[in-house]
Design a protein around this ligand. Sequence first.
Ligand SMILES: Cc1cc2nc3c(=O)[nH]c(=O)nc-3n(C[C@H](O)[C@H](O)[C@H](O)COP(=O)(O)O)c2cc1C
Length: 213
Amino acid sequence: MPDLGNLREEYGHDTLSKESTHPNPVEQFRNWFDHATEQKIPEPNAMSLATVGIDYQPWQRTVLLKAYDERGFVFYTNYESRKGAQIAENPKVSVIFPWIQLERQVIMTGTAHKIGAAESLKYFASRPFGSQLGAWVSQQSSIVSSRSLLLAKLDEMKRKFKEGEVPLPSFWGGYRIEPSTFEFWLGGKNRIHDRIFYQRDAEGNWQRNRLAP
Ligand SMILES: Cc1cc2nc3c(=O)[nH]c(=O)nc-3n(C[C@H](O)[C@H](O)[C@H](O)COP(=O)(O)O)c2cc1C
């Protein structure tokens, strides 16, 4: 068994300062996201999404970022899933992009809003046939007695819908997370990491500061 106490990496190939970051955190994210894509890390758009419902119990799961711009960060899911129920109870969420291979992470907090059905449909129509059927098959996060039940439902959906004609399920679509804060973290030598934290001031303008590691 490996000695976990000795399992550590030394970081510090790069540094990050207030001056070297973009005044707009969405643009800073774009810089880092483009870099992560160029570096070919697996699934750079995979983010860990944390939600907290009315019982105050945090839950996390990985989802894929499918679009982002000034308005926010979009992912798609089943609105009736556990995360969907929790967002209905409390729309405040947090996400992390764990780009460990690059010695980087981005943490964002914000408020999730359902996007319109037209925008969800546009994305849904672009998904492969199998993924479209999959959305119909799974009552995400509910208890299911067996895998074969899911496969039988998939067969049923295959018979029901033709390729190119799968309708958007009413219970499936996107959320846009409107960001409140961002943190860009870069691993440094001797655990002196760089953390640049963005939040809006009273006028709604982004301000950024260095946080202690
Ligand atoms: C790499 C990866 C990407 C995923 N992408 C999504 C996604 O975009 N949407 C989604 O609903 N679930 C996605 N999942 C599955 C979720 O992590 C999770 O199991 C599911 O959404 C149910 O979560 P919930 O019960 O907390 O609602 C992904 C899982 C992994 C490992």
